[in-house]
Design a protein around this ligand. Structure first.
Ligand SMILES: [Zn+2]
Length: 270
């Protein structure tokens, strides 16, 4: 059975609807031909020369990236900027590119669900549910959840480091608190402190915070753990790869779903 880029586009849209993406975002089918036959797909956090080489080496026909390659409008595709260079390489490699960013952040198939499950949270509720006419919201940004038991924040940090395989985290606020109710928001937590009712959580686990957002959190008395933008999001693309692999149409078409190996945070601790 022929499985095309357009079929993959519909599946991504059904699991993490593009309409959920934030207004400033740019998601969906970004590069390639709609009729391109797809036999293998590489799921990655973001587009780098290494990821394009990995896709070619593994004979993938498409890449699904969490971070958008084309974010601001481009008026040409040359080699003048990094975005243009990467777009050129994708086109010349004959690959299709799909982006699932804030739509995947808000989907239970995606980034925040993966983070909440990995650290063992139960009773998940959205921090910012998407409005619904009737019933419970199916989509939303970030989660509130509960640990199986109350931990010291130090013990919780050790758990987070183990689950996310990181050597360091940044901590904002009181390091003596005990935690059970956890808010998770993968990636940037700068916006989380605006309008979030922290009475509903003992600690916020996020990827990163700017100096000013961190200062605000500290003044508000909100304990925050920043475990890294990369570490909190890369696991989400693995999770989404698993969801795609189990999808009936993808199984029936025999499409291979691959997880990127050639990726790492852009900086390291020295
Ligand atoms: Zn991100």
């Amino acid at each position: 059975m022929k499985f095309t880029a357009s079929d993959l586009d519909h599946i991504i849209d059904s699991l993490a609807p593009y309409s959920l993406a934030c207004s400033w975002d740019n998601v969906g089918f970004q590069v390639g031909r709609r009729g391109r036959n797809i036999t293998a797909v590489l799921c990655a956090l973001e587009i780098t020369p290494g990821i394009i080489r990995e896709a070619v080496r593994k004979k993938a026909d498409a890449i699904i990236s969490h971070h958008p390659l084309i974010f601001h409008p481009v008026s040409r595709i040359t080699d003048a900027t990094v975005t243009e260079q990467l777009a050129t390489d994708i086109i010349l490699s004959g690959l299709c590119l799909f982006v699932a960013h804030t739509n995947l952040d808000k989907s239970p198939c995606g980034i925040n669900q993966a983070l909440a499950k990995l650290i063992g949270l139960a009773n998940l509720r959205f921090i910012q549910p998407e409005p619904v006419q009737i019933g419970k919201p199916q989509y939303g940004m970030g989660y509130f959840g509960e640990l199986p038991k109350t931990l010291t924040i130090k013990r919780f940090i050790e758990e987070v480091k183990r689950c996310l395989r990181v050597s360091h985290v940044q901590v904002i606020g009181d390091v003596k608190v005990r935690v059970r109710r956890v808010a998770v928001l993968a990636g940037s937590g700068n916006e989380a402190i605006k309008g979030m009712d922290m009475r509903l959580a003992d600690v916020l686990l996020t990827g990163e915070m700017s100096h000013h957002a961190a200062l605000e959190a500290k003044i508000l008395g909100m304990p925050v753990i920043c475990a890294g933008h990369y570490a909190t999001e890369a696991i989400g693309m693995k999770y989404f790869a698993g969801v795609l692999r189990r999808h009936r149409d993808i199984r029936e078409a025999g499409v291979k779903i691959l997880e990127a190996k050639c990726q790492s945070p852009p900086y390291e601790y020295v």
